[in-house]
Unconditional design. Structure first.
Length: 82
């Protein structure tokens, strides 16, 4: 019975593994310090060109600063684990 269960669940385990890897990669990019800094530069350029308002800039900047802080905390935690 266990062999049959393993065979039936194998495709789902494979999909679960793939979804975990995708989540891991997306999270790495979302909290990548250099990527966030580049987004902040782009945001500032958009403000200077008049593509966005000061209010839109402030909201987006607040989000990016928060992500940058989290990214730096995560990097510190990872370096301590190694």
């Amino acid at each position: 019975m266990l062999i049959i269960d393993d065979l039936l669940l194998a495709p789902f385990r494979g999909l679960f593994f793939i979804f975990k890897e995708i989540h891991k990669r997306v999270e790495e990019e979302f909290y990548d310090e250099q990527h966030i800094i580049n987004q902040m530069r782009s945001l500032q350029t958009s403000l200077q060109l008049g593509d966005i308002t000061e209010e839109e800039y402030d909201l987006a900047e607040e989000d990016l600063v928060e992500r940058l802080q989290i990214a730096r905390e995560r990097n510190i935690e990872r370096s301590e684990e190694e």
